[in-house]
Design a protein around this ligand. Structure first.
Ligand code: G3I
Ligand code: 9MR
Ligand code: ZN
Length: 565
């Protein structure tokens, strides 16, 4: 089935649009493939004999290969032939043709294919800024928003009354709420990229409409959110859970949203996440601003002190919205992983024995030490990896070795899943839940860590397969990132994209992806036997598969940054 996508040839010359046509049967990474890396396309047809790699400029055949032994991909229900053109490594722009009948979208073979995506996905954080006007060369803009003082919600606890300046930070997702828990892993993931890939991360330019700051652009952007997080710490060291209105606003621009905003109670999960992030920030910002770095460490230690004085989860049973509130919860019934993460990062930054002892006691029964992807509710995988990246001389070498051994075993399991899957995926059937694209990318973060910490570069090939899926090699033959690829999601559940009067969605935003839980009416309208990987619709109303969120863009930025040139 051929699909024709109209693409503006050039914005400046009003050149008539030209059409890029493709057949959905052939799925490729619409950004492309690096020169010496694995290169697979997926051909979802019942019968196919051979494929050809054709040069786009003149339709010249550049490579040809046989197609045999298709894989029945259970998670999509597709029969997948794999077109392997790995050995073809001539830079250029191509498309795949099958049986002289079907052809793919164009793609590039080159080592800088991720650079533009890295920039757009990182800049999406700037576009999510709250409390300030955002503008830029891409023409997407909103005025300053949510500047009124917030009031403490009555449920916030005794002694908390009046108003608080809770302005700033990043809008969480398609809504304008700001949530400490989700800010935690999101900010940390970006800080980890900087810490572990400093050269590339520090070289990223984000086109801010202002100058005079003293940090590399990515750190300038992250600091915008850290500054807001620091406002959310109570004098007792605990951290308030979120700042949102009572209910989600309509689909209006942020500056039009005059909803009264409430700050909600201190929670131990938020406090643990906060302590971890601020400890990471303390070491990453130290070379640029010692005073800011020290303030982060002070705040982290204060949060840790609050946690040690309150050993049980706060509130009991974990956060729940009060009856009058319908915004996001980021509800979690366990805070042990957040406490563990705080200890790891405080140890990585200070080397102090108190944290090392906590780490040893609270990992003694973990077996395996790592076997899943990190996500906002389960941060321990990120903590385990961070412990191994840590460089403190008093680190427990046996614990470090045990984590690395289990990380390698986990990576081998992921590589086995890729090998057996038609779409070369690390995902389990049960991973197709709300924000599944984020889980996929966090598996890739684990594979990158295994390559570096277990000294086996073969895992990097596996880590990249997630990017090929995200950018088009999926059942929808569509890029899940706005503004990237020939054909990408257009109707994301994102208030500025829906309210700004433009057809184009705000760029660089990753849609949550297939969600077999079918947690919205659009997904519930799908046939009951829809395979997990197909429980997605590019529909504004499908917030459970087509929203965007900072904790989904963060691992995208991390993996793109790692593989960019
Ligand atoms: O982890 C369990 C899994 O073990 C279980 O098998 C599966 C099926 O029951 O459920 C999994 O938990 C789900 C979790 O997402 C997985 O990510 C929960 O059921 C599901 O309710 C939860 O959804 C969260 C959603 O808010 C609703 O609470 C998403 O994680 C979270 O990303 C999303 O966050 C929203 C904010 O609240 C508001 N801002 C937008 C943002 C993105 O949609
Ligand atoms: O827009 C909201 C989105 O940010 C949340 O992730 C989602 C789930 O909490 O809820 C969305 O808001 C919808 C609400 O849940 C139901 N009424 C329609 C709202 C807008 O789609
Ligand atoms: Zn705002």
């Amino acid at each position: 089935m051929e699909k024709i996508i109209l693409v503006l040839a050039a914005l400046f010359f009003a050149v008539p649009v030209f059409a890029v046509s493709a057949d959905d049967e052939i799925k490729v990474d619409q950004l492309g493939y690096r020169i010496l890396d694995n290169k697979y396309a997926v051909i979802a047809v019942d019968k196919a004999e051979y494929f050809r790699v054709m040069r786009l400029s003149d339709n010249k055949e550049m490579f040809t290969g046989a197609l045999a032994n298709p894989v029945r991909d259970e998670d999509s229900g597709d029969t997948c032939f794999i077109a392997d053109f790995t050995e073809f490594n001539k830079e250029g722009v191509y498309y795949i043709e099958v049986n002289r009948e079907f052809k793919s979208y164009p793609f590039t073979i080159g080592n800088d294919i991720y650079n533009k995506a890295f920039y757009k996905a990182a800049r999406a954080f700037y576009n999510q800024r709250c409390g300030t006007k955002v503008s830029g060369p891409d023409g997407f803009t909103h005025d300053a928003c949510h500047l009124n003082p917030a009031v403490f919600h009555p449920s916030a606890g005794k002694g908390l009354s009046g108003t608080i300046d809770a302005s700033g930070g990043w809008h969480d997702a398609g809504d304008y709420g700001r949530y400490i828990v989700n800010s935690g892993l999101s900010s940390a993931t970006l800080l980890y990229l900087f810490e572990r890939n400093r050269t590339k991360a520090a070289a990223l330019k984000m086109n801010f409409p202002y100058s005079g700051y003293k940090f590399p652009d990515l750190l300038e952007e992250i600091k915008y959110n850290l500054d807001w997080m620091l406002k959310m710490q109570d004098p007792n060291g605990g951290v308030y859970h979120k700042v949102t209105p009572l209910q989600f606003p309509g689909f209006i621009m942020p500056e039009k949203d005059t909803s009264k905003e409430y700050v909600y109670e201190v929670t131990s999960c938020a406090t643990g996440d906060f302590a971890a992030v601020m400890a990471i920030a303390a070491r990453v910002y130290a070379p640029y601003d010692r005073i800011f770095a020290d303030s982060c460490l002070y705040a982290s230690k204060k949060a840790w002190a609050f946690l040690t004085s309150n050993p049980g989860i706060i509130p009991a049973g974990g956060f729940k919205n009060p009856p009058d509130t319908g915004t996001g919860q980021y509800a979690d019934t366990s805070d042990t992983d957040e406490r563990f993460w705080a200890a790891v990062e405080l140890f990585n930054t200070t080397g102090e024995n108190e944290y090392e002892k906590f780490i040893e006691i609270n990992s003694a029964n973990d077996d395996p030490m790592i076997g899943k992807a990190a996500w906002w509710r389960e941060v321990k995988p990120a903590a385990m990896i961070s412990y191994c990246y840590g460089t403190q001389p008093k680190k427990n070498v046996e614990l470090d070795a045990k984590i690395r051994l289990d990380l390698k075993r986990h990576a081998d399991v992921l590589m086995g899943r890729i090998k057996d899957s038609g779409y070369k995926m690390t995902m389990l059937k049960d991973d197709y839940i709300w924000g599944s694209n984020n889980i996929l990318l966090n598996y890739s973060i684990n594979l990158i860590a295994a390559a570096e910490l277990c000294n086996d570069k073969s895992y990097l090939q596996g880590a990249q397969e997630a990017l090929h899926y995200i950018f088009g090699r999926n059942p929808f033959n569509m890029s899940f990132v706005t503004g990237l690829g020939s054909y990408y999601c257009m109707n994301i559940h994102h208030r500025p994209s829906a309210a700004d009067g433009k057809e184009e969605p705000w760029p660089g935003l990753l849609a949550g992806g297939p969600n077999a839980q079918k947690s919205d009416k659009i997904l519930q309208g799908m046939p009951f036997d829809t395979p997990p990987m197909k429980c997605y619709e590019d529909n504004l109303q499908s917030y459970a598969s087509n929203e965007v969120a900072i904790n989904w863009n963060a691992p995208l930025v991390y993996v793109l940054g790692y593989f960019s040139k």
